[in-house]
Design a protein around this ligand. Structure first.
Ligand code: 2AM
Length: 201
């Protein structure tokens, strides 16, 4: 079973992100080059804390109970949208995302605990450092080079100007263990467990 740990995005923030996707789709270079980007279904927008990939029953249930333990030690905190960015670079575009900033160091601390729990449950350490983001779109494999270049260049210019209002934030009160089933129409997510951040100290 393919799984990951994530923070879900409330409907009003999803609405802001969907509007951003709509605005981006209408940029001249993107309107003309529809074969370059695959947009995340707005219902599926989330903030990944840890991708596990294929999981066996044993490690998966150890992870699930570990997540409940650490969630109980964390207090709810606020997140906010920041700016438009990308992996790997504007000249080698793979993922188009919206960045996240966190109240205090709460998000980093939670993610570090999720990583520890994953390792204790038997998963190999994550090699990439944590870079919090919400994926809006990915490039299509084998997208035509000139179209990819035109799209990337337009996005780079747009991203220089595009900052989210400081009010676009929300309070995080739980984390989710999610199952992902890959299919033709994109991934289908279903919630395996919800763990409340219940430390009110
Ligand atoms: P991202 O969209 O935030 O980049 C579920 O597949 C989620 O796990 C994806 O949304 C993706 O996060 C994240 N993820 C991280 N590494 C991945 C990988 N190697 N393969 C697929 N998903 C990955």
């Amino acid at each position: 079973m393919r799984t990951f740990v994530a923070i879900e995005i409330p409907q009003d923030v999803k609405k802001v992100l969907r509007a951003e996707q709509d605005r981006l789709r209408e940029l001249p270079a993107l309107r003309d080059q529809r074969q370059v980007l695959r947009w995340t279904n707005p219902d599926n927008l989330h903030l990944t804390l840890r991708f596990l990939g294929e999981t066996e029953t044993g490690p998966r249930s150890r992870l699930q109970s570990g997540l409940a333990d650490i969630a109980a030690r964390h207090a709810p905190f606020r997140l906010a949208l920041t700016h438009l960015g990308c992996f790997r670079s504007w000249t080698n575009l793979r993922v188009l995302w919206v960045g996240i900033r966190s109240e205090r160091e709460a998000l980093q601390a939670l993610q570090a605990d999720v990583e520890s729990v994953a390792q204790r449950a038997g998963f190999a350490p994550e090699r990439n450092s944590f870079s919090p983001h919400i994926t809006l779109a990915r490039t299509v494999r084998n997208a035509p080079r000139p179209a990819l270049r035109a799209t990337s260049e337009q996005l780079r210019r747009y991203a220089e100007e595009d900052l989210f209002q400081s009010g676009t934030g929300w309070s995080v009160g739980e984390l989710h263990f999610i199952r992902s089933v890959l299919g033709r129409g994109g991934a289908q997510y279903s919630n395996l467990a919800t763990c409340a951040l219940s430390n009110r100290a």
